[in-house]
Design a protein around this ligand. Sequence first.
Ligand code: 2BA
Length: 105
Amino acid sequence: MKLIYAIVRNNDSGKVTESLNSKGFYVTKVASTGGFLRQGNTTLLVGTEEDKVEEVLDILRKECGPRQEIFTNPVGSFNYGTTNIMTTVGGATVFVTDVERYEKI
Ligand code: 2BA
């Protein structure tokens, strides 16, 4: 048995949790804060069998992987209107650990 910790953006957490649940994975969401930027993020805990770890990682890559999004920047809009900026968002930090013992009591 493995325990996967996935630290994801708050904005990505709903969709990835739904996607994991729909494939039969159990998920615990923990509200967390990055130590460097001191901004909120979400840590997902997923306990699963070793042969399912890659499936979980694939779902995380699909739902939380880095991607390009258009961001509308209102700064400088006084004279020229809003500016659209393409920026990279998303990304997740994932730890896969061994579980010594697992019980539901
Ligand atoms: P990421 O490396 O994408 O990390 C995003 C968040 O994932 C981190 O938020 C932290 O909550 C968690 N995380 C990442 N690596 C971890 C690890 N080895 N152990 C435990 N948690 C981990 P923040 O700490 O707020 O960091 C936000 C971003 O600032 C990081 O993005 C990285 O680009 C940068 N960063 C973090 N620590 C840094 C440091 N000591 N020096 C320079 N840049 C740092």
